[in-house]
Design a protein around this ligand. Structure first.
Ligand code: SAH
Length: 346
């Protein structure tokens, strides 16, 4: 695979253009084209420069392979990378804007028991440019004409963002850069299963993105049963890191809690969760489990989920039950990619 031009910041692009014997102002044209999601071969720069770039860099690092349209407006994508790998993403349309969910790795090595992204392990990290290109190509479809482009980004596709820390950080810098697509850090959410040391590092970056923690259980023992990362870091350590994150960024943090039948959603769990989180500057996002057929875990009913939500609210927690959108176009959390790879292998 060639290098990815979209890995570069504007400054780095300027240096490259000079290194290739061109005037620095050419970098602006090039950067603007790239940020509009264009291929190198479609950008209006002089032919010699274009040729030199194409020798070294991928013309189309991320391509939409397939789009699934939901009746509620949600779109899911399978993206093809230059080396043939497939990743997935989602665009959710809300009144306030369009939120895109991006992947940060091909596969994942975290091994969470309920998640499809991790079924085949980690294939490779995405580069910062490959993460950025997911946003650029989707934005390009909408930002033209009257429609709004991508306004919000969540790092909740396949992969563990903090397991690919350097590339994710470079992505965050590039996606928020003023001359570029310029998405505010406040409109970006990074979700992690809890790589504690990296939460501290992120907190020190002066980049106030929203931090989301996949908690899913109320005790370390329960967490170790469903999430191998819990063997490394305790809930207490995670909460301490969250507190630090809040102190440094001023951002309230969010806990994801996927409701799994018989695992984590009895009244006792609600009580434990209230005990754990009460008074903290946080929000709890409940999600009904998306059933993954390779796994033997079941969701609870919507009614039961609302009952659990009611218990949390009564206990003084700020909480919501995430609306299930796009469910008519199947899968989430790695299931789209897993399904695609399976059908194409058969
Ligand atoms: N690796 C990151 C981000 C990826 S997943 C993380 O762990 O946070 C985004 C969210 O979906 C996480 O909270 C994850 O635990 C959750 N998730 C994964 N599989 C799921 C499933 N089958 N049903 C419901 N939520 C799931």
């Amino acid at each position: 695979m060639k290098d990815i031009l979209q890995d570069l910041s504007f400054e780095q692009l300027k240096n490259l253009v000079v290194e290739l014997g061109e005037k620095p102002f050419r970098a602006k044209q090039l950067y603007e084209g790239l940020m509009r999601g264009k291929r190198i071969s479609d950008i209006n720069v002089n032919p010699e420069l274009r040729q030199k770039l194409l020798e070294r860099y991928e013309d189309e690092p991320v391509k939409i392979e397939k789009t699934f349209f939901s009746s509620d407006g949600t779109e899911k994508y399978l993206f093809r990378l230059a080396d043939g790998n497939i990743i997935e993403g989602v665009l959710m349309k809300y009144k306030y804007g369009n939120t895109q969910c991006v992947s940060t790795q091909v596969g994942c090595r975290m091994g969470c028991k309920f998640c499809a992204s991790t079924l085949g392990g980690l294939v490779r990290n995405l580069t910062s440019g490959e993460i950025l290109c997911q946003v650029l190509v989707v934005n390009a479809m909408y930002a033209s004409g009257k429609e709004r482009g991508v306004t919000n980004v969540v790092l909740m596709g396949s992969g563990e963002p903090l397991d690919n820390y350097d590339c994710v950080l470079a992505f965050l810098k590039n996606v928020t850069a003023e001359g570029g697509i310029n998405i505010s850090p406040r409109n970006i959410s990074l979700s992690t299963c809890g790589l504690v040391p990296k939460i501290y590092e992120l907190a020190d970056q002066n980049m106030p993105v929203n931090l989301t923690i996949s908690l899913h259980q109320t005790t370390d023992e329960g967490r170790r049963r469903t999430m191998p990362i819990a063997n490394k870091y305790t809930i207490a350590e995670i909460l301490k890191a969250c507190e630090y994150y809040f102190k440094k960024t001023g951002r309230r943090y969010i806990f994801e809690y996927s409701l799994i039948a018989g695992e984590n959603c009895d009244k006792s769990h609600a009580d434990e969760l209230i005990q754990l989180l009460k008074g903290k500057p946080c929000h709890v996002n409940l999600i009904r489990l998306n059933e993954v057929k390779e796994r033997n875990l079941k969701p609870i009913t919507e009614k039961e989920a609302y009952r659990f939500l009611g218990l949390l609210e009564k206990g003084g927690l700020s909480a919501t039950l995430r609306r299930q959108i796009g469910s008519d176009i199947g899968g989430a959390c790695g299931q789209l990619r897993a399904g695609y790879i399976k059908t194409n292998e058969e």
